[in-house]
Design a binder for this molecule. Structure first.
Ligand code: GRG
Length: 308
């Protein structure tokens, strides 16, 4: 036997991620066939955001969770693709002029810049509908129907007013509000991130656990793990962005008014908080075999250390 160095562990995980994202990309490509009718630009618009880059963290989480509870990876592939379809739809909507009004996403022109606002909005609708259709239609018949229903329930909750939609609405409601009291600000920020980011990561892990045949207890452990990872994702994102902003300009008036963790608790405490969330995430996987949980444990570290 040999002991692996931290570096070889890391490179092993990175090649694991590349392998998985290739599998996911192939499945996504097949899930949205190019339309033969040339007037239907809509499929092209859906494929544009769905297939042009992205780390595929959510699908990976779904596949790894299914594996962890003893399921076959292919069993979770339709649910994994569905989660990425929802993610893509939320990115298109978030970039629209009436929301964040962004012209670039993943280094490329945003969906509405390429296809126009009207088609971009239809691509959002098309992707949400396709996500649900894809789980129902493509999940293996070996998975008992009550499990498929439970998975559909999970993803629906993660999209609607218990998830993404609530997070975005809270984000909009908070704009221009003055959070003098840090505690109120922190509560608001946490609500936004739990809904805008953690909800979809939770649904990914939980759906993997459900279709893989995990016990209720296992599924809830996966949920708690993913929630910690989701929050941590945002804390790390805020810290990275705030140091970038400070590096770019010394002019205080150019620093965005956006509520962030460093603004509310300082950079140092934000880092401590991210580490605490990482430890908590790991804690939730304690009941599983540690070899089998390795990809999910690495994913948590990857989120803490990621550069983009
Ligand atoms: C359900 C269509 C729909 C909308 C709901 C617009 C909206 C309402 C919600 C916005 C949600 C949003 C954009 C949250 C940010 C999520 C986030 C952390 C994005 C970055 O994720 P990464 O880093 O991105 O995984 P890649 O590019 O790797 O896929």
């Amino acid at each position: 036997s040999h002991t692996m160095t931290a570096e070889s562990y890391e490179s092993e995980f990175l090649s694991y991620m590349i392998r998985k994202s290739k599998l996911v990309n192939k499945a996504l490509d097949e899930a949205v066939p190019v339309c033969q009718t040339p007037v239907l630009k809509i499929r092209e618009a859906m494929r544009y955001t769905l297939l042009l880059g992205g780390k595929r963290i959510r699908p990976m989480l779904c596949l790894a969770a299914c594996n962890l509870v003893g399921g076959k990876e292919s069993t979770a592939m339709p649910a994994a693709c569905a989660i990425e379809m929802i993610h893509a739809s939320s990115l298109i909507q978030d970039d629209l002029p009436c929301m964040d009004d962004d012209s670039l996403r993943r280094g490329k022109p945003t969906n509405h810049k390429v296809f126009g606002e009207n088609i971009a909005i239809l691509a959002v609708d098309g992707l949400i509908a396709l996500a649900i259709k894809h789980i129902v239609e493509s999940t293996s018949l070996d998975v008992p129907p009550p499990r498929v229903l439970r998975a559909v329930l999970e993803i629906s909750k993660a999209v609607g007013t218990e998830g993404l939609v609530a997070g975005q609405a809270a984000d909009l409601a908070g704009e221009g509000m003055n959070f003098d009291n840090n505690e109120v600000g922190l509560e608001h920020l946490e609500f936004i991130h739990i809904h805008k980011t953690a909800a979809l990561l939770e649904a990914a892990a939980v759906m993997g656990g459900i279709v893989g045949g995990g016990s209720d207890e296992e599924i809830e452990s996966l949920r708690s793990y993913a929630r910690c990872v989701g929050l941590m994702f945002q804390v790390v994102d805020d810290v990275t962005k705030s140091s970038e902003e400070l590096g770019k300009t010394a002019r205080k008036d150019l620093i965005s008014e956006k509520l962030t963790y460093p603004k509310l608790m300082g950079v140092e405490k934000s880092g401590v908080y991210a580490d605490k969330l990482n430890r908590e995430a790991r804690e939730h996987l304690k009941t599983f075999d540690s070899d089998k949980a390795a990809p999910l444990l690495f994913l948590a570290d990857y989120v803490v250390n990621r550069q983009n």
